[in-house]
Design a protein around this ligand. Structure first.
Ligand SMILES: Cc1ncc(C[n+]2csc(CCOP(=O)(O)OP(=O)(O)O)c2C)c(N)n1
Length: 373
């Protein structure tokens, strides 16, 4: 990126530390990081990618109905998630596997959703799940949920107390396509009006399925929220340090009562929107090559090597990722089909005749398949 780029970037595409002008104000936010933190960023990104590859394979082998890959978006996700505090509440879309991993979700719970054996996957009220709310497939709706939640946090007096274990922020993840939804505009209006303790984390991966961002928006997306009164910054979404520093600052500001802001992480979805999609129908090989050369994990590995990380470190992480993938595969194959109760009994909190009738129909249908067996 050019010297006068408005984009916050610390690492060049070759992994050299060379902060852009826009990155200068964010430099102090890297000061809290030690060598272990840097290595943890790498580990998180490598395991997220391995998780993604394994799930893509499992879907292809018929073990899941659908898989939304996160390949290419690891830096945006891991940096921002590592910047959050335990009490912060995070509202994802459906591709935030790296954030889920950092916040402590048992990753098989995500598989359950995509396999259809669970309607939600995990209990967001269970502290073990890191205040990570359920995945949302209705585009952009989570931004409104997050804004409402952030208003509640402020009403509860959990903002600007000066106690770092109490002050709470809310962060919501969404894509470039989601900004075309009315829900996102409404979320900006309510966030600005109520000065919510909130960060909008937009991963601009360039595509809303097959619609390019150039069609969706005539201006850079980070400028859009400003019209609603929500200040914003654009970052290199493939630079984990930019993602960490920008998110740390904006979450800190939100917790101390300075109101909402938006971070646009410019990144790229390598490959398919989901396993049902064929990106070769609309992505050019040149565009893909441009972004493959900006791979967030390779870039950060080069930087770590310049800080002294050796082959032993990278092999250790590789072995950890292998174990992780083997365990994931093993536990996925054990999941089996969904139970009828989980499909019908949780639709309404009270008994309801329509799902009861549907459940009876499915039971009869399934037992008819066994007749004469
Ligand atoms: C309300 C609504 N409208 C349409 C869809 C269909 N749909 C699923 S994903 C998608 C594109 C989303 O693009 P973006 O927000 O950029 O996220 P990405 O998948 O690229 O991460 C659309 C239109 C939906 N799920 N919900």
């Amino acid at each position: 990126m050019a010297e006068d780029s408005p984009t916050v970037q610390f690492l060049t595409i070759d992994g050299e530390f060379a902060p852009s002008a826009a990155a200068e104000p964010y430099l102090p936010y890297l000061e809290s990081l030690g060598e272990d933190d840097y290595r943890q960023f790498y580990r998180d990104m490598a395991i997220t990618r391995r998780f993604d590859e394994e799930c893509t394979n499992l879907q292809r082998q018929g073990q899941m109905g659908l898989w939304p890959p996160s390949h290419g978006q690891e830096a945006a996700q891991v940096g921002s998630a590592r910047a959050s505090r335990p009490q912060d509440v995070l509202f994802p879309s459906y591709r935030e596997h790296g954030v889920a991993l950092v916040r402590g979700i048992d990753i098989v719970d995500i598989v359950k959703v995509m396999r259809g054996v669970s309607l939600g996957g995990w209990d967001p009220n269970d502290p073990a799940n890191g205040n990570f709310r359920n995945y949302t497939l209705v585009i952009g709706s989570q931004t409104l949920h997050a804004t409402g939640y952030a208003m509640g946090v402020a009403f509860d007096g959990l903002v600007g107390t000066g106690d770092t274990s109490v002050d709470t922020a809310v962060m919501t993840y969404f894509g470039d396509g989601s900004t075309s939804q009315g829900d996102v505009s409404e979320a900006f209006v309510f966030a600005a009006s109520n000065q919510t303790p909130q960060v909008f984390f937009l991963q601009n991966n360039q595509w809303a399925i097959s619609v390019p961002v150039s069609t969706q928006s005539r201006i850079p997306l980070y400028l859009r929220s400003r019209g609603f009164g929500v200040p914003s910054v654009q970052i290199d979404g493939n630079d984990v340090l930019a993602s960490f520093a920008a998110t740390r600052k904006h979450l800190d500001d939100a917790r101390s009562g300075l109101g909402p802001s938006l971070i646009e992480a410019v990144t790229y979805r390598i490959g398919a929107h989901t396993t049902s999609d064929d990106p070769t129908r609309y992505q050019t090989p040149e565009q893909l090559a441009y972004w493959v050369a900006r791979d967030p994990i390779i870039r950060f590995a080069s930087y770590l090597r310049s800080r002294g990380a050796d082959d032993a470190f990278f092999s250790e992480v590789g072995a950890e990722a292998d174990d992780f993938a083997a365990d994931l595969r093993h536990r996925t194959l054990e999941l089996g089909p969904p139970s009828l109760a989980s499909i019908f009994d949780t639709v309404y909190s009270e008994p309801h005749p329509v799902p009861a009738e549907q459940k009876a129909w499915l039971e009869a249908y399934e037992s008819s398949l066994n007749e004469g067996a």
